[in-house]
Design a protein around this ligand. Structure first.
Ligand code: ADP
Ligand code: MG
Length: 647
């Protein structure tokens, strides 16, 4: 019959740099299922080293280890983790409970890695703790329990997945003698129900309670004495692992997320500081892009409100000054008529302007009179709010009629009188009000476009302006795609009519293009600044995760001892990083939107689009993944024995 555990000529050499120390020298040993063995020896004799090898927490430098007749030496890390999960249960001198988890959660850890369902885990952990007289301490954290109670929790944990072989390294070392006796009695009763028990101790008194005593000195077995045979061999062969045969890594992601929240809560202040980096990064991406997009949109809206297939013709001031000086006649209404005859011209709207004083009753108001033609409303995409606009008859008849802008209405008719049909004096000349424009708001230069009185060009030219010059001619083209050619045709026409180049044509489509291009550059720049702050936030996450891994090395060791695979540890720490960055991202999005809304209340043009918000959140998530990966990988590559012995 094959022994449960069979060591053949095992040696172990620790290497620290150039220094190599052989701690175990050719240990050979058989342990049958159901034995109660004590390994005794002085401090430094190699007991813990031997236990780490027995429990597959560490590998021997040479020699063979057969478990159930199978060579363990060639096993991969995850296969070893599987062995620990299924076969071994560990009890340590310092209990090695996870400080942030409750007693019940600590007991559940091995089952989590075995893929047990939450319900099975809870039930079994509760049953085990109750049988160890800790039924009323399920929710206590380790620091709320006495040493003896903590050791019983760790025994429950060792039994969670079955614990065919219980390895106890100085289990009574930190306990008073009464608690120590209780623990030994527990181990004895476990042995009687079939568990193989290996107790490591430096105390002869403790060792004498076992059935077999193996004495170690300086890494060699010096005696091996069996006092009494196995107490219950039948039970031992019948003892199987608990039926947690889940194949999943961590049973569910939700378990990993729960663990992550617990770890983060344990260091709340630090977590908040880390969050802050991400919050600022994501918040600034969201806010800056909203501001950039808003500014762009507002400028483009203003341009669009003027119509995008428009050409605006003005006298060329540079040539004006260089010319003969004095009253130079450049653009005249007849130019508009000539332009109208060109192909691809829908209409040409001349405007003359002058500052005038408008009087109604005893109120005087200074504003701009604008002499124009019936197509004005179309050219400006500006509708009449009430009444009607100047028509062709008004033009031919030199009718003294006026259409008021909202600002003028508000000033002269502050009492709410309906202005339609009333007479006002424009520079002392009576005009009848036939309409009121709808509200237009501020123009490109921030000027109030509603502060105007519109009159027929003919009437204005003769009675108000006393001159024939027009200030602008706005041309609407029929086919926007041919606007450049039309612009050239009109320029040539005007140059010919005036015998010189004294006009300047602005193309709204090209302005729009230029504005879009400039503000896209601006957005890119804002985005880059924000992305840099996100990067800084990510480095913060990485830093904190590295610290966290270092601080929790022992916890990682415990998890590995209870059967966590490398991927489980990797997943856990990545999820922790993801949880931090996702929370940071969510708060950041909220903060960014909040900032944007605030800026909007203060009058800045803000435009939120889902794109940047989603992008910023996704970036924060990605940041967590990228910057969390390295620390998580470091954690998962730790050797269980090394991790367990860390301070
Ligand atoms: P025991 O548990 O019997 O007190 P250990 O197995 O812990 O003994 O240690 C045996 C010897 O190996 C000691 O001399 C100790 O200093 C050394 N040792 C233990 N672990 C390491 C390690 N990781 N690196 C180097 N030396 C070690
Ligand atoms: Mg030791």
């Amino acid at each position: 019959m094959t022994a449960l555990i069979s060591l053949r000529d095992i040696s172990k050499t620790y290497r620290n740099g150039d220094l190599a120390v052989e701690v175990l020298h050719g240990i050979s040993l058989d342990i049958e299922a159901g034995e109660f063995v004590a390994i005794i020896g002085q401090s430094g004799s190699g007991k813990s080293t031997l236990m780490n090898i027995l429990g597959c927490l560490d590998q021997p430098t040479s020699g063979d280890y057969l478990l159930d007749g199978e060579h363990v030496s060639g096993f991969e890390p995850d296969e070893l983790a599987g062995l620990r999960r299924r076969t071994f249960g560990f009890v340590f001198q310092s209990y090695n409970l996870i400080p942030t988890a409750s007693a019940q959660e600590n007991v559940e850890v091995p089952a989590v890695y075995a893929g047990a369902s939450a319900r099975d885990r809870h039930d079994r952990a509760e049953a085990l703790l109750s049988s160890l007289k800790l039924g009323d301490r399920l929710d206590h954290r380790p620091n709320q329990l006495s040493g003896g109670q903590q050791q019983r929790v760790s025994i429950a944990r060792a039994l969670m997945n079955g614990g065919r072989v219980i390895l106890a390294d100085e289990p009574t070392g930190a306990l008073d003698s009464q608690s120590g006796d209780e623990v030994m009695a527990l181990l004895r009763s476990m042995n009687e129900s079939g568990h193989t028990i290996i107790v490591i101790t430096h105390s002869r008194e403790v060792a004498e309670q076992a059935d077999r005593l193996i004495e170690l000195r300086d890494g060699r077995i010096i005696s091996d004495r069996t006092k009494k045979g196995r107490s219950n061999p039948e039970a031992a062969t019948g003892l199987k692992q608990k039926a947690f045969e889940g194949v999943a890594a961590i049973a569910d992601i939700s378990e990993a997320i729960k663990m992550a929240f617990r770890a983060l809560r344990a260091n709340l202040f630090r977590t908040i500081l880390t969050l802050l980096g991400i919050v600022i990064g994501v918040g600034s991406v969201v806010a800056m892009l909203a501001i950039g997009t808003g500014a762009q949109k507002s400028v483009l809206d203003r341009i669009s409100s003027m119509g995008s297939d428009l050409l605006v013709i003005r006298p060329n001031m540079a040539n004006f000054r260089g010319g003969t000086g004095g009253s130079v006649v450049t653009l005249i209404p007849a130019d508009a008529d000539a332009i109208l005859e060109q192909p691809n011209v829908a209409f040409a709207v001349p405007e003359m302007t002058s500052t005038v004083t408008v009087r109604y009753g005893n109120v005087d108001y200074q504003t701009t009179a604008n002499g124009t033609v019936p197509q004005f409303t179309q050219a400006k995409s500006w509708t009449v709010g009430k009444g009607e606009f100047i028509n062709q008859d008004d033009m031919t008849n030199y009718a003294p009629v006026a259409v008021l802008g909202q600002t003028v209405v508000k000033t002269l008719f502050a009492d709410g009188t309906d202005p339609i049909g009333k007479y006002v004096l424009v520079n002392k000349i009576p005009f009848q009000i036939i309409g009121v424009m709808s509200e237009m708001g501020a123009g490109m230069g921030g000027n109030d476009q509603d502060d105007t009185v519109l009159v027929p060009l003919t009437t204005g030219s003769m009675r108000l302006f006393g001159q024939r010059n027009v200030r602008t001619i706005t041309v609407q083209v029929k086919d926007g795609s041919a606007i450049d050619a039309t612009q050239e045709t009109i320029q040539a026409l005007l140059d010919k009519r005036h015998q010189r180049q004294d006009t300047l044509i602005t193309n709204m489509a090209s302005i729009r293009e230029a504005v879009t291009e400039t503000s896209n550059t601006l957005k890119l720049f804002l985005g880059a600044v924000a992305a840099i702050s996100l990067l800084v936030g990510g480095i913060g996450v990485m830093n904190i995760m590295l610290v966290s891994v270092t601080e929790r090395t022992r916890e990682i060791g415990v998890r590995m001892a209870t059967g966590a695979r490398r991927s489980d540890i990797l997943l856990q720490f990545i999820i922790e990083a993801l949880v931090v960055s996702a929370i940071g991202g969510a708060i950041g999005v909220a903060a960014g939107i909040g900032t944007g809304v605030l800026a909007k209340l203060l009058g800045a043009p803000i435009s939120f689009t889902i794109g940047p918000v989603a992008l910023a959140f996704a970036c924060s998530f990605l940041t967590g993944l990228v910057f969390g990966y390295l620390p998580a990988r470091n954690a998962s590559r730790l050797q269980p024995a090394v991790a367990l012995s860390s301070e």
